[in-house]
Design a protein around this ligand. Structure first.
Ligand code: NAD
Ligand code: ZN
Length: 390
């Protein structure tokens, strides 16, 4: 089959590789009908996630048709159309039993590596390095999906691939970030980053009753989408001082809930901390660029909440922990427990409350994935979200 494979920093290509096969009784094989490139894939593309190996198949946002089932699979059969959440979860460990699917204790065969880094390692993720299990991803013609009775969600034929594909990740991630942070009616929610995750955090904030949403980025078309589809007030970080604008907009109090939908490759706009981060990341002295996260902590109101949806992987230098402590902030963060949002969010799509396809700017054949990675990373050609068709 054809698959998009990682071959090094900024080097991905379509290779011909062996078709996946059932390995465990709980597996299914999917014929992928649609897959997408995520901001998290960019951390792999840009070489910031360790333990990638040449030839690893990328992709954790995908859906398709079941073409083979293991002997133990009870809930799915050949021909079913499913969308697959990006963390791999066993469904029965302590963490899965507590709906913390991305912290699953069982799914990651390389958990001991993560244990060394984090004290306690979490779930495997599709197509996301050997540290996260070494599972092949879904930017391919076929993919093996383990624990098939736990993750994949059957989707009705009345909904198109484009309407349900983002249940795999960015819709639950953006929505879940504000939900877990306890957004409530009356809240002013500020969202850093108007990429796909930020767009869904904005949508989630409205769905859950926020009173105001303020969106921050520096890419014009992304800000524009936040303003039009997201009905957000916008701040262009390349032109305005974010902290000052947020204070102006909130009567000097600061937003109630601040969402970091940027992550470890944040751009700083000429500030000293951002330059230091960039140098340290380049020479591998520090691993994460935390410019947005620092600003989030500074800007949040006293007693406010910080939701970190953006991915951080390693160490952050010069983190204003004193400000976080002094203001009594509450943090929620982590890889999304996507499984727990699948059904409720599918219901919202079916009810017509939201059509997640609004942010797709590029529809391309899988063959064009290598160029699409660059277009998405560099935000060329108005690119906000790429959907690939194998
Ligand atoms: P993206 O790269 O398309 O979007 C990031 C956006 O942040 C860009 O529009 C960029 O211009 C903007 N940005 C950069 N620096 C900024 C700054 N200092 N202030 C404000 N905006 C800034 O990616 P995405 O797909 O939207 O993903 C965003 C983050 O969420 C990534 O780190 C990704 O890995 C992460 N993510 C997390 C989960 C999870 O489960 N927690 C799931 C999916 C993605
Ligand atoms: Zn993703």
């Amino acid at each position: 089959m054809k698959a998009l494979c990682w071959h090094g920093k900024e080097k991905v290509q379509i290779d011909t590789v062996p078709d996946p096969a059932i390995q465990d009784p709980g597996d299914i094989i999917l014929k992928v009908t649609s897959t997408a490139i995520c901001g998290s894939d960019l951390h792999l593309y840009d070489g910031y996630v360790p333990t990638m190996q040449k030839g690893d198949i990328l992709g954790h946002e995908f859906m398709g048709e079941v073409v083979d089932t293991g002997a133990g699979v009870r809930t799915l059969e050949k021909g079913d159309r499913v969308v697959v959440p990006f963390p791999i979860a066993c469904g029965h460990c302590f963490f899965c039993a507590h709906d913390q699917f991305s912290l699953c204790d069982e799914s990651n065969p390389n958990k001991s590596m993560l244990d060394k880094m984090y004290g306690h390692g979490g779930a495997a993720l599709f197509g996301y390095s050997h540290l996260f299990g070494g599972f092949a991803g879904g930017q391919a013609e076929y993919v093996r999906v383990p624990y098939a009775d736990v993750g994949p969600l059957k989707v009705p034929d009345s909904l198109s691939d484009e309407q349900v594909l983002f249940l795999s990740d960015i819709f639950p991630t953006g929505y879940g970030a504000v939900e877990e942070a306890g957004v409530k009616p009356g809240d002013t929610v500020a969202v850093w980053g108007c990429g796909p995750v930020g767009q869904f955090a904005i949508q989630g904030a409205w769905l859950l009753g926020a009173e105001r949403v303020i969106a921050i980025d520096r890419v014009p078309e992304r800000l524009e989408l936040a303003r039009t589809k997201g009905r957000a007030e916008i701040i262009d970080a390349s032109k305005e001082r974010v902290m000052d604008r947020l204070n102006e907009l909130t009567g000097n109090r600061g937003p109630d809930l601040c969402v970091d939908a940027v992550g470890m490759e944040a751009h700083g706009v000429g500030t000293v901390d951002a330059v230091v981060d960039r140098v340290k990341q380049a020479v591998m002295l520090g691993t994460d660029r935390a410019h947005a996260l620092r600003e989030v902590v500074q800007a949040c109101r006293k007693g406010g909440r910080v939701a970190v949806a953006g991915v951080y992987a390693g160490l952050i230098d010069k983190f204003p922990f004193g400000a976080a402590f002094g203001k009594g902030l509450t943090f929620t963060m982590g890889q999304c427990h996507a499984h727990k949002y699948l059904r409720p969010l599918l219901q919202r799509i079916q009810n017509g409350e939201i059509d997640p396809s609004f942010l797709i700017t590029h529809r391309l054949p899988l063959d064009e994935a290598p160029a699409a990675y660059k277009t998405f990373r560099d935000k060329e050609d108005g690119c906000i979200k790429v959907v690939l068709k194998p």
